[in-house]
Design a protein around this ligand. Structure first.
Ligand code: BG6
Length: 504
């Protein structure tokens, strides 16, 4: 189990007293992410003395039964590293209430339990609501909380964490943000994107703005193109119902990939505060050129995995996953060319790709610099001079690589491409969900997406999805084998422009 070593001056602090109310507490998200994250916070002494957790769901369950379920979940999240005593410290603050529905009357009924616990634990009505329910339940629950007395009106804070997906298209996203806006202020709404909490993603801004040597090169004079990759070996993991509605563009691009792009492309904020940073990110999204909907193949490629082998094991194709209809045309892979039309980035393509069941799990960003002119080496060097590349490795093996040329020792003039690399130590960070929870407890919105950015991302992608989805015919898919590096169409997207994808 990873505990943190923090350099002096970087210490994370436990939050103020709080209560955490988890709706949908018996679901997968609570088991796989939220409770392991809480356990990790406890292990790192990042929970205050005064707090409690109240799980709420439709299942009839005793508090004892709920604790035991969560204990099992945390044990399997940290195999071989689970510490019973540490768990007990957390477990004694975990409670459970069965709720009939997500309506205001159910929320008011929950208030009775919550108020009793608030007195017992002295948490001053600082309430953090976590909506870990399936998307169709969001609207009723937001109304339920908003119209009930669960929402505090003084004496403490109300923070509401909204899991993705944040809508299904522009219209539904506007409905969601509008509904939240009816009951909660912007500073109370926390739109989750767990990618933003990955330590290496947070590092992007430090790397760009705390070093003076890169910023002068960070523009279209020196950068040829940028590649952003989120490749997974996993399939859809029994989430057919969700994935059939979502597909990769909604699942990974509307949120994670576009967010990564904003961090790479944004201007330096005037100060390192959540609103200032989020203003700059929003400006990037506003500068993205709308995708021309004719000639879509020049901008986008999609794919769906067929059967194949990963890690020496046969795996089923998407259409063979439980719950997926045999003729599904849902895309599990996409590659997009995005153009940011501002002074810094005009003419520099950002290529984004993500897919399931690919050859390797790999997420990262690589900045490809323009090639050096080779005239002075004409007739002396054989072959091309490979351009410099800077790679920010997000996962696994988090770190940074700078690729450049040196002379190969010896009397002949030969280039020797080398890489200078930095890897984060194993013990470097809190997991993404732990970090997100800590920030939501502390009221820091830096790592959360703002409502206007949620809408803007949908505004960019909705027309494109509307064009692509109906154009895919049953016989077009599957077009890549599980365990491969994706469909040939994605390679063609870059090859047409004389470029190629980084290997996975
Ligand atoms: C989630 C998507 O947001 O991110 C999943 O819904 C995806 O489909 C996951 O697998 C990837 O996150 P990570 O942190 O495992 O790279």
């Amino acid at each position: 189990m990873r505990t943190m070593e923090t350099p002096i001056g970087c210490r994370l602090e436990a939050s103020r007293p709080f209560s955490l109310l988890i709706f949908g507490a018996t679901g997968d998200l609570a088991r796989k992410k939220i409770f392991p994250a809480l356990y990790q916070l406890g292990l790192n002494s990042l929970l205050p003395e005064h707090f409690f957790i109240l799980g709420a769901a439709r299942r009839k369950l005793s508090a004892e039964g709920f604790r035991e379920d969560m204990r099992q979940a945390v044990r399997s999240a940290f195999p071989g590293e689970f510490e019973e005593k540490k768990w007990q410290n957390l477990a004694e603050k975990i409670h459970y209430s069965h709720i009939e529905s997500d309506s205001a009357s159910s929320c008011n009924a929950l208030l009775a339990d919550c108020s009793l616990l608030e007195k017992k634990y002295e948490t001053y009505q600082n309430r953090l609501f976590y909506l870990a329910v399936p998307p169709p339940a969001f609207e009723t629950l937001i109304r339920g909380i908003g119209e009930s007395r669960l929402k505090t009106d003084g004496g403490g804070y109300t923070h509401i964490v909204i899991e993705k997906p944040h809508g299904h298209d522009l219209e539904s996203a506007r409905r969601l943000t509008g509904l939240l806006g009816r009951y909660f202020r912007q500073d109370q709404c926390y739109f989750m994107d767990h990618y933003l909490a990955k330590e290496t993603v947070q590092n992007i801004l430090m790397f760009r703005f705390a070093n003076s040597i890169f910023e002068p090169l960070w523009n279209n004079r020196f950068i040829d193109h940028v590649q952003i990759t989120a490749a997974e070996t996993l399939g859809i993991e029994n989430r057919a119902e969700y994935y059939e509605r979502a597909g990769v563009l909604r699942d990974m691009f509307q949120n994670h990939l576009l967010q990564l792009m904003t961090l790479i492309a944004m201007e330096p904020p005037s100060s390192f505060e959540a609103e200032k940073v989020r203003d700059e990110k929003m400006k990037v999204l506003s500068s993205v050129k709308p995708f021309p909907l004719s000639g879509i193949n020049e901008w986008a490629a999609v794919g769906q995995y067929g059967p194949g082998r990963i890690g020496g094991r046969e795996v089923a194709g998407y259409r063979g996953e439980p719950g997926v209809p045999p003729g599904s045309t849902v895309a599990t892979y996409a590659a997009l060319k995005v153009q940011i039309d501002n002074w810094r980035w005009h003419g520099v393509p950002f290529y984004l790709r993500s897919g399931k069941r690919l050859a390797r799990r790999k997420a990262g960003i690589s900045v490809h610099f323009r090639p050096a002119p080779r005239l002075m080496f004409e007739g002396i060097l054989e072959g091309d001079i490979l351009p410099n590349t800077l790679t920010l490795r997000i996962q696994p093996q988090e770190g940074i690589d700078l690729f450049f040329q040196t002379k190969l020792p010896g009397s002949r003039l030969c280039l020797n491409p080398v890489s200078m690399d930095f890897s984060y130590p194993e013990t470097f960070a809190l997991d993404d969900y732990a970090r997100i929870l800590l920030d939501a407890m502390q009221g820091d919105q830096m790592l959360f997406v703002r409502a206007d950015a949620v809408e803007k991302s949908w505004e960019l992608l909705t027309p494109l999805i509307g064009k692509i989805e109906p154009a895919v015919r049953q016989e077009d898919f599957p077009n890549y084998a599980a365990g491969s590096s994706g469909p040939a169409e994605a390679g063609a997207l870059l090859a047409r422009e004389g470029r190629q994808w980084d290997p996975l």
